[in-house]
Design a protein around this ligand. Sequence first.
Ligand code: ZN
Ligand code: ZN
Length: 161
Amino acid sequence: MFCRNCGKELIGTPEICLGCGAKPVTGSSFCQACGSPTDHLAEICIKCGARLQKAEAVGRAWMPTVAGILSIIAGAIGLFGGIVMATIGGIVGAAEGIFWFGTIGAPLIAIGIVAILGGVFALRKRIWGLALAGAICALPCSWILSIPAIVFLALSKQEFK
Ligand SMILES: [Zn+2]
Ligand SMILES: [Zn+2]
């Protein structure tokens, strides 16, 4: 590859450029595929047509992991809340003779499970849509945890396989 910062040709994809000392992908001045000068805002190299490597891709690698953890915590809160609601609802329902009362916790248990599953996919950086669905399902469980998870996933779609 070529250093995106100084244009020096590098062997393999080293962490640090031998020419300028920066991370080779953090620059935006040269094409990583052919070494031609590139416009700072360009997405594709006008010389060789390669998709130019984005510096943000490196800075956002942590986002799916954090989003996954947030989704799993929110999902666990929802799951726990749902079980508590179902238990209390079941006891009260049985005492009052309203037997469907125990099922009020069921939707919360269901979205809690989806949020946890979505969180696992986010941690593994697999199937962005499912990870996002999990974070959205976490909303009723804990919006304080869910909203940052949705934002991080929206910003880090390119990290997913
Ligand atoms: Zn360099
Ligand atoms: Zn190029």
